[in-house]
Design a protein around this ligand. Sequence first.
Ligand code: FMN
Length: 393
Amino acid sequence: MRPTRRALQTGAMDLDTRYPAIADLAARAKRRVPRFVWDYLDSATGTEATARRNRDALDRILFRPSILHGEITQDLSVEILGQRFERPFGIAPVGMSGLIWPDAEATLARLGRDAGLPYTLSTVASRTPEEVGPHTGGTAWFQLYPPRDPGVLDDMLARVRAAGFGTLVLTADVPVASRRERQRKGGLKQPPRLTPRLMAQTALRPAWALGTLRHGMPRMRFLESYMKSDRSLPSTAHIGYLLRTAPGWDYLARLRAAWDGPLLVKGVLTPEDAVRLRETGADGIWVSNHAGRQFDAAPASIDVLPAIRAAVGPDCPLIFDSGVAGGLDVLRAMALGADMVMLGRAFHYGLAAFGAAGAAHVAHVLTEDLLSNMGQMGLARPADARDRLIPEA
Ligand SMILES: Cc1cc2nc3c(=O)[nH]c(=O)nc-3n(C[C@H](O)[C@H](O)[C@H](O)COP(=O)(O)O)c2cc1C
């Protein structure tokens, strides 16, 4: 029985032969989007050491294989925060997703719905919750960057809830903007503006340019809808002013009181924070270093996951992301305590490489790679991988 392969047919072209790895899709994506878009999607901050650390740390996690274990019935489904998903991985929030590939938000929301995995819509996406909600099948999550103004917060929560998003994710690891040197040099402005230099880059990428013409230049539409209503804003305020807060614990307590559904906090890297978040009312913890985009001295997310699991106990829902590049990485994170593993860039590489079929192909690659590596160890469920971990010397 392998129901998890359903809904991942990726069309006539045999993507599995020519693009068997997510890295193959990334290489094609790089050739299909303008340079400034690639730099936005792919860059981290500083010397990008944290991004490399994520990869190195994942590669160090080894398992004992198993032989002569007979036929196994595999099951990838997970239950988390009252929802059941067919796969143990999902789509992390990506701001201005629609800049990376036209209509990305609706396309990925439909993939989440059809393939049975959570899709997370960002506050700074290029589509509003109302635009994306109808594509989600009611299973998607919403990621919140905290607005300064309490009235704006209440209104955002009401709109998110009415648009069908039942789970809220507060991102807590962006108290200030990071420098992202490579992205800066790429020349992306907010809101995106086609300077002569960017126009020249765009001319070399016709599929992206045509799609963007058809769907319109992406903007942060959800935030823009508050630029007029927030009277505390100076008339010349940049849109980022709405959000650039460094919220404290009191903000979380207020958010907990205002949101009646499951609440996750994303960007957690220490056991002490995880424990305090639980005490303050978070229903689950999202372990992440933002793919190295915020703080270049952060530990690899996978390295802190075991201590966080130990601190919050076996029943606390734990989400993991940062640097996952295949099904084996999903298995590694689940072996170390994650209940659900999220990917940001990988799904966007797929989208930029082949549109909706490319994003579906990413889910297919992850699924097949998970099943294959579980097969090497004779595992029925991904979480069983914890019994096959080889302790680090
Ligand atoms: C281009 C880009 C934009 C992102 N925007 C957001 C965002 O708006 N909100 C957020 O919480 N995280 C954001 N993230 C972080 C992702 O949600 C996630 O933590 C990270 O991408 C996971 O690592 P991965 O890309 O290696 O899978 C962004 C990441 C990327 C690459």
